[in-house]
Design a protein around this ligand. Sequence first.
Ligand code: NAG
Ligand code: NAG
Ligand code: NAG
Ligand code: NAG
Ligand code: NAG
Ligand code: NAG
Ligand code: NAG
Ligand code: NAG
Ligand code: NAG
Length: 303
Amino acid sequence: MRLSSVSRYLLVFISVLSLSRVTNAQTAPVVFYPFGSVAGDTVNISVEDENSTLVDLWRPFVFFGRTYNKTYVNSNGYLTFNQSSSEFFIHNFPINGSEDIIAPLWTDVDVSMNGIISYQQYSNGSVLAQATRDINQYFPDLSFTATWVLVATWDRVAYYYHSGTETSFQVVLISGGDLSFILMNYGDCAVTYNAVQAGYDTVNSTAYFVIPGSINGSVIPNLMNSSNVNVPGRWAFRVDDGPHQNNLPENIIGVQMRVTSFSDLTENGNIEIFLEKLQQELVESGLPSSVKLNLRKIQKTQP
Ligand SMILES: *[C@@H]1O[C@H](CO)[C@@H](O)[C@H](O)[C@H]1NC(C)=O
Ligand SMILES: *[C@@H]1O[C@H](CO)[C@@H](O)[C@H](O)[C@H]1NC(C)=O
Ligand SMILES: *[C@@H]1O[C@H](CO)[C@@H](O)[C@H](O)[C@H]1NC(C)=O
Ligand SMILES: *[C@@H]1O[C@H](CO)[C@@H](O)[C@H](O)[C@H]1NC(C)=O
Ligand SMILES: *[C@@H]1O[C@H](CO)[C@@H](O)[C@H](O)[C@H]1NC(C)=O
Ligand SMILES: *[C@@H]1O[C@H](CO)[C@@H](O)[C@H](O)[C@H]1NC(C)=O
Ligand SMILES: *[C@@H]1O[C@H](CO)[C@@H](O)[C@H](O)[C@H]1NC(C)=O
Ligand SMILES: *[C@@H]1O[C@H](CO)[C@@H](O)[C@H](O)[C@H]1NC(C)=O
Ligand SMILES: *[C@@H]1O[C@H](CO)[C@@H](O)[C@H](O)[C@H]1NC(C)=O
């Protein structure tokens, strides 16, 4: 029997759809470092070890002046150093507490439903070369050489009570002796109505950072498209001795305004007042309140 052209078209379309679904399910997010059992990771940590796993570090890791020889990979999306933590209620940064914490995505995760948490350390090989390359790209002029890397990955993990939700993220600790860095990498992150937070915080909050938008569970799917280093889905921070300025990404926007005289702009701090008002407007329309505006350039245009 001959198919009409319409049904042939339909057949082709369906097979392409299912093909792309299969490939998506097997493809790791492009920004991820190697992970999972195929990469040789230690897997299923939290199921066995009650939500946290102690990792003895092969090299000391310096975090804002404190040197650590161990870390805990806690299933709810964050690392601590002095003790394990199964805290699934987030505390907003800055906590001003007594613990250092690195939180690629702190929220209530439940891997007994689905997902795998895994980690691996490296002190040689291609992952070190990748880390060296990435850090020199994002932080030029340091001539950095990575000597140790820890990769911890939450691969398609479920939110507590929501079997079937899939959220993927990764934190990469990179050390080159006195210099240290972290990368936070994001794949698909499902919407959640639990509290969330991505960033880091230190003892007494002398240094801390919250990724803009990461405290609103409705908008965390955007994490895979956000960045402070121009690589969608990746955030990079220098964390050795603080406090460093880990800058928010800069976006340049143009705003046209009408003034009666050019001196209106330069007199009486009018620019500052204007920027403040504009910031309020932007925050009201959804930008995080951590947004900062700076004047780059004023240009005269035709009326
Ligand atoms: C992890 O644990 C789950 C449930 O306990 C099991 O189904 C799965 O096969 C384990 N995965 C690995 C890689 O061991
Ligand atoms: C592990 O996490 C679950 C929630 O995801 C919690 O109910 C349980 O008490 C935690 N276990 C421990 C030992 O903290
Ligand atoms: C970490 O290890 C280094 C070298 O092995 C040692 O000098 C240092 O005292 C250790 N630090 C802590 C806090 O245990
Ligand atoms: C945490 O560990 C660091 C490094 O070992 C140490 O300097 C610090 O005093 C510890 N903090 C607490 C609260 O135990
Ligand atoms: C942080 O906590 C200390 C007490 O531990 C307090 O003295 C200080 O004012 C707090 N700082 C902030 C910024 O809340
Ligand atoms: C790299 O490190 C691993 C783990 O410590 C070790 O087994 C392996 O021999 C090392 N490879 C090289 C080329 O040094
Ligand atoms: C943190 O603050 C407390 C209380 O103000 C102080 O005793 C402690 O020395 C501070 N710790 C650090 C690491 O700054
Ligand atoms: C979170 O984001 C959504 C979508 O942009 C918005 O509708 C909602 O008001 C935000 N919630 C909070 C608490 O900011
Ligand atoms: C992220 O960017 C890609 C490519 O621009 C787009 O297809 C996708 O919808 C974006 N995702 C979100 C959650 O914004």
